[in-house]
Design a protein around this ligand. Structure first.
Ligand code: URP
Ligand code: ZN
Ligand code: ZN
Length: 468
């Protein structure tokens, strides 16, 4: 079996930072050595040595919230395919993604899962798994949750937003939570009060307020905080674990902290857009510039950013994912005359590791916390640890060699995501991926893509590792 030695780098884990060499054998990590101590062994075999001097060596990123080729409406499908999106993820140092199989009202969970498995099969450059997004909580779908857990789909997303589409009322949510608690599955929640939001949206449009900024103004943080509180209260009644997706505001984080202080298994992720982009500077722009920044929950204000960084430092926010859901300009323009028609989402799958590393550069986070929030904890929470999320003997050799000093500018002209715009246009970051390995195979080598669609395997996930 071919061995590769990654030598001279600084190994960053969720708990410490040290000089170390990493020996990869086939698809897994064989051992981690003191610097220099494995060179003789490898030289004797004529194995490959990869010089990581001056670079960080980190476990491949785990992005647990992405939407590749998601048909959001008949007119709008997220523009990254499984092939382009997973390649772009690798460019940015992510080696595992978890997408969603979506069961819409009136359809079967089984069909939703089989469709997504078929779409992804043979397309992905890195390993991938699925959550189930349930849009129709009924006796059959609740029963099928058990079958899915056996198949490695161990987390289920429900929606307090999007009435008439994905929304579930409190009764349905409670039933789903009792079922999840029974089978040990994770409940993921899109926590925004969709019923109240729809009233605000309609009132705004009736007044003639159709510009993109009204997308944000009609989804106030109070209605996110209220939904998080209600979700946590329901989860406590059902004794179910709860994971709040794409948390965007201080109001919402306060409710996560409230539940955690009560001893509940409540976790939350945020996304780079909620740490850097604002309603004032990005969403409140006329036309396409504003439309490009429409996502749900919406962009918030600078004060929220500061609170979310603090939440990441204190582990009140456990994970950074992307909620990658890119749309090209022609699809964003569907909402040109009415923000409500705009497909929601923006693209970040390639930039997450850089943008959170930028938080390290800016003094917001420790290096170890970068690795913990972007790789280790998501792997633990979603049943992938220690196969993913760590560089240790026996783990998959998903390894990123990261140059912390290389500066670059994010732009649609240079990114590898299949979108003709960038919510991150002209953002400067320090730190860039140099080389990426997925299960011992190079995907990016010295800033060149050498991977292949089809290398990525479907991951059957276990239950969460972090439940009390
Ligand atoms: O705007 C967003 N977040 N689009 C993706 C769908 C979702 O609710 O996660
Ligand atoms: Zn959502
Ligand atoms: Zn999403």
């Amino acid at each position: 079996m071919e061995r590769i030695l990654i030598s001279g780098g600084t190994l960053i884990s969720a708990s410490d930072t040290r000089l170390a060499d990493v020996l990869v054998s086939g698809e897994t990590v064989e051992a981690v050595f003191r610097p220099g101590s494995a060179e003789a062994l490898v030289a004797a075999e004529g194995s490959q040595v990869v010089d990581a001097t001056g670079c960080y060596v980190v476990p491949g990123g785990v992005d647990v919230h992405v939407h590749l080729q998601l048909e959001m409406t008949p007119e709008a499908t997220s523009s990254d395919t499984f092939a382009t999106g997973t390649a772009a993820a690798a460019w940015g140092g992510t080696t595992t993604v978890i997408d969603f199989a979506g069961q819409q009202a009136g359809t079967h969970v089984r069909d939703a899962v089989d469709t997504r498995l078929a779409e992804a099969q043979g397309q992905c450059a890195i390993d991938y798994g699925f959550h189930l997004a349930m849009g129709d909580v009924n006796e059959t779908s609740l029963k099928e949750m058990g079958t899915l857990v056996d198949e490695g789909i161990t987390s289920f997303k429900y929606f307090m937003a999007y009435p008439g589409a994905w929304y579930s009322d409190d009764g349905k949510l409670l039933r789903a939570m009792f079922r999840a608690a029974d089978i040990g599955a994770m409940v993921m929640m899109h926590a925004e009060n969709g019923i109240a939001i729809d009233v605000l949206r309609d009132m705004a449009v009736e007044r003639g307020n159709t510009d993109p900024v009204w997308h944000g103004r009609t989804r106030p943080t109070r209605l996110e905080g209220e939904a998080v509180h209600r979700a946590a209260a329901l989860a406590s009644v059902a004794a179910a674990p709860l994971y709040i997706v794409h948390l965007s505001s201080a109001d919402a984080l306060e409710q996560v902290t409230w539940a955690r202080n009560r001893g509940q298994n409540v976790f939350a992720e945020t996304c780079p857009q909620y740490l850097y982009l604002t309603i004032e500077d990005h969403l409140d722009q006329p036309g396409l510039d504003g439309l490009r920044h429409i996502c749900s929950p919406p962009l918030r204000s600078k004060g929220d950013h500061a609170t979310l960084w603090e939440g990441l430092r204190q582990d009140e926010l456990a994970v950074v994912s992307t909620d990658h859901c890119p749309f090209c300009d022609n699809e964003k323009l569907i909402g040109a005359d009415d923000f409500r028609q705009t497909p929601n989402g923006l693209g970040s799958i390639e930039h997450r590791m850089d943008l959170i590393h930028q938080g390290v550069v800016a003094g917001e986070l420790e290096l170890t916390r970068w690795v913990e929030t972007c790789s280790t904890t998501p792997a633990k929470l979603f049943g992938l640890y220690p196969q993913k999320g760590v560089i240790a003997a026996g783990s998959d050799a998903d390894i990123v060699i990261y140059d912390p000093n290389k500066s670059h500018t994010l732009s649609a002209a240079t990114h590898h995501m299949n979108i003709d715009n960038s919510a991150w246009e002209n953002t400067q970051v320090t730190g860039q991926v140099r080389t990426v390995m997925s299960r011992g195979s190079f995907v990016i080598k010295d800033n060149e893509f050498v991977g292949s669609a089809g290398h990525g395997k479907y991951l059957k996930r276990g239950l969460s590792d972090l439940l009390k």
